[in-house]
Design a protein around this ligand. Sequence first.
Ligand code: ATP
Ligand code: MG
Length: 396
Amino acid sequence: MVLRDSSGIIQCVVDLSKPHLKKAEEITLESSLELTGVVKKDPRAPEGIEIHVDELKIVGLAEPFPIRESAVAVDSEYLLDVRHLWLRSRRMQAVLKVRDTVFKSIHEFFRSKGYYEVQCPMFITAAVEGGATLFTVDYFGRRDVYLTQSSQFYLEALIYSLEKVYTIAPSFRAEKSRTRRHLTEFWHAEAEEAWTHLNDILHVEEELISYIVNRVLEERVDELKVLKRDISRLENIRAPFYRLTYDEALEILHDKGFYLKWGEDLGADEERALTMEFDKPVFIIGFPEQCKAFYHKNDPKRPEITLSADLLAPEGYGEIIGGGERIEKADELIEKIRRFGLDPKDYEWYIDLRRYGSVPHSGFGLGVDRLVMWICGLSHIREAVPFPRDIRRIYP
Ligand code: ATP
Ligand code: MG
């Protein structure tokens, strides 16, 4: 029989002719055991070693297990229904270990660079990324509040105290279309830094991604092999990354048969076409004002574009980070809020941050689940998360 714990699997040999081991015949798939025995080298065993069992205790005899690994496609709806059990598969075990290393290395990176970790509220009253994807919560029948789409505004408040801050927290977005890269609840690693301009923050982003990928390669090569990931693709991920302007991206897309008008945002198809050939992530810099939320600072030299950038992962994966420089002056912010058809009254405290000693500052948000999806080479973001939530799924 094959035994699994969190460290991996090992083949066990049980001599059924020994009376006290005869009960091994009853053991069903996924039963839990305690056993003692002798570890022996055996080149025929899958892991090169096996255990010759001396003593055996059945702790939890399993009912017939509903999943047979070989019988189902890895992204099937069925496996999502039984995700609470499918988490035990070698495949999920590998993804979850890579995910662990990714979260750990985000903390390592920011702490080693002098950022403070902060915590922001999940209940909020004003939209960060626009009203269309807000989840509304009835707050004691007194008023509606929303679940946060991003901690950015709170991080901006905190830089006046701590200068360099980051947080890793869930963000909630009522994404109505089902895509391979959108969840309704995802993990968001966000950073905000005082006294920085667009280029400074891009540098932080590429250093962060390089660091994470490198840590995964140090710790999780075995898991990447289980996932059949082409590891050579990850070995190449080192800063600096490529930089394209939005205008250049449009031209490349045009040559590939995508006829976007200037001012239109890149969708998943465009991002896939753009990044398919790249061997490293690529920044798309300087999106038109209408593509980005109101808080992005417009380029003083070319006011129709913003000092913003998305970072797209290669091999067709597309956007993993959105970020840029924020508006610094109160009057400029109020004017832009109005231009976007919003009411400055809804953003009073956010505007206050510009009234009392404003500083240039920039920040970004990394979608951690998307990063795990790319690093693991998965075809759907749901595979990167233990308990995914999307428009149709909130169980288990
Ligand atoms: P997209 O255009 O793909 O919807 P976005 O422009 O809405 O992304 P941002 O608001 O910039 O994304 O959020 C920052 C990052 O958070 C994105 O780069 C992405 O990695 C991640 N992200 C955004 N929405 C989702 C989602 N619904 N599910 C998972 N990750 C997400
Ligand atoms: Mg979006």
